[in-house]
Design a protein around this ligand. Structure first.
Ligand code: FES
Length: 80
């Protein structure tokens, strides 16, 4: 399965809240999970995270980051 996105997505997060990052790329609410992986043929699952600070972050949407859920720049090395 190929990810549809090849760039990070910017979202505002609130300290102490729980977020679920989409790792399968099928969510209709990218970069956050909407549960689509449960009905799709994928073994990928969401990753829950709790930010320590309220701030703007760039979440990975290509699915290849080495620092999930955050973009680490790996998308820039992928073939388009
Ligand atoms: S969007 Fe995945 S590493 Fe940047």
């Amino acid at each position: 399965m190929t990810q549809k996105y090849n760039a990070p997505m910017k979202i505002d997060v609130t300290a102490g809240e729980t977020y679920s990052w989409c790792s399968c790329g099928l969510s209709g609410e990218m970069p956050l999970c909407d549960g689509t992986h449960k009905t799709a043929e994928t073994d990928k699952r969401s990753l829950k995270f709790v930010p320590e600070e309220t701030k703007t972050v760039y979440l990975c949407a290509c699915g290849k980051t080495g620092n999930a859920p955050y973009c680490d720049g790996t998308h820039s090395k992928l073939l388009s």
